[in-house]
Write a new protein. Structure first.
Length: 417
């Protein structure tokens, strides 16, 4: 009975969002933003998230153990694996050097922007910067498709998001241990070993589960509905075995599993189960994203904006400036080594392609209240996600419409069809 109120509330808000979607679509308002505002209005005017039983711990577990495996598996399963392999160097360049440069810039900007060493020390700035390097490229995929971006460029953006999420979770977990235990001393070798164990361990677990799953599918030859259900169970199993049982990266485990299964199952594009499973995962990803933004809306309070508005603005500014600085340093090498960027006259889309979403929300919620600065970090995380949904996405959509209008004028300068 304890679950009746939160489940019925989320279901009712989602239904209301679907009813209002056509109206807001005409206003060029993203569906995610509509759900977020509905959740915020519900929690502000009627009942808050705590009264629904959706406190920070529950929200964090829902994001990491229910929604995140779905979003990661869906994104990786639908990836064009051969194209992913051809662009792997560029993806790694975006997901490692660019992410680390952005982390350094944002950490420094946030620390000095806050200007409060006692209340917001370096470790707090590092935690915040790490939380903010996690990107959510799925938020802009619809816009990217309408822009007719080259497939290689879309693969670059999606691949960056997948690897960024894994890197952010690994580094955030390590830094959180230092924040909770200030006397903890780990040498460079121990830190490197921890990161290697997290990354390689998660990847290996994912590869093993992926291949075992394919063996089962080949031997069993189930129906399309059974295949869809099996992939869903496999996604959760890959995440839980890696993250909960073996303490390695669950994100990388799910990512590796999905890439292996997606590559094999998409070899025969005419197979009916492939089409059904693809549609199934698109549905699951839509559901997960909808729940994510509803819960984010429910967990936001007015006090966050009145008490921490300056911290939120500092976080947003740090994210923008860090992205610009990182890409300025990395872009020369990236354009020389990546064919997609060489052939694209306007590759500045990379400067605005990084939204924040599920992982940023989950990491913000995972900061324990034992840390004096937990509310500030959570507020910055939520504020940056709100910026991505309410401002960044609509601006990108307006830019898309303007670009399409200009392209039409070039093709038809006299206004003739």
């Amino acid at each position: 009975m304890e679950l009746v109120v939160p489940i019925s509330s989320l279901a009712g808000l989602l239904l209301l969002g679907l009813v209002l979607k056509p109206l807001f679509s005409r206003l060029k308002f993203p569906f995610e933003a509509l759900l977020l505002l509905l959740g915020f209005a519900f929690s502000s005017l009627i009942v808050n998230a705590d009264q629904l039983g959706l406190h920070s711990g529950i929200l964090r577990d829902l994001v990491f153990y229910v929604l995140l495996p779905i979003l990661i598996f869906s994104a990786a399963y639908s990836m064009d694996v051969p194209r992913f392999g051809r662009n792997l160097f560029g993806i790694i360049l975006l997901a490692l050097p660019l992410a680390l440069i952005s982390l350094a810039f944002s950490t420094v900007l946030i620390y000095y922007g806050m200007g409060h060493p006692a209340g917001f020390p370096w470790i707090a700035a590092l935690l915040t910067g790490t939380m903010l390097i996690a990107t959510h490229s799925q938020a802009f995929q619809q816009v990217f498709r309408h822009l007719n971006l080259p497939p290689d460029l879309r693969t670059l953006i999606r691949g960056e998001g997948l690897l960024n999420n894994a890197l952010a979770i690994v580094l955030f977990t390590l830094l959180l241990a230092f924040a909770l235990e200030p006397d903890l001393t780990l040498g460079p070798g121990e830190i490197a070993l921890y990161i290697v164990w997290e990354v390689l361990g998660g990847a290996v677990i994912g590869v093993v589960i992926g291949f075992l799953s394919l063996v089962f599918l080949r031997v069993r030859q189930p129906s399309p509905h059974e295949v869809a259900l099996f992939t869903l169970v496999t996604a959760y199993m890959a995440y839980l075995v890696a993250d909960y049982v073996l303490n390695v990266s669950g994100v990388l485990s799910v990512l590796a599993t999905a890439l292996i299964m997606g590559r094999t199952m998409h070899q025969d594009l005419d197979a009916p189960q492939d089409h059904f499973v693809d549609e199934f995962w698109r549905l699951m990803a839509t559901f997960a994203e909808s729940m994510l933004f509803l819960m984010l809306g429910l967990s936001i309070s007015i006090d966050m904006f009145s008490d921490r508005y300056l911290a939120i603005l500092i976080g947003i500014g740090a994210v923008i400036l860090a992205r610009i600085a990182g890409l300025t340093l990395v872009m020369p090498l990236l354009t020389r080594t990546n064919k997609a960027l060489k052939e694209l006259p306007d590759h500045n889309i990379l400067y605005v392609s990084s939204a924040r979403g599920a992982v940023t929300v989950g990491l913000a919620l995972s900061v324990p209240i034992a840390l004096d600065y937990w509310w500030t970090i959570e507020s910055i995380g939520f504020g940056v996600v709100l910026f991505s949904v309410l401002i960044q996405a609509p601006l990108l959509e307006l830019w898309r419409q303007k670009k399409l209008k200009n392209d039409k004028k070039v093709l038809d300068p006299d206004g003739l069809d």
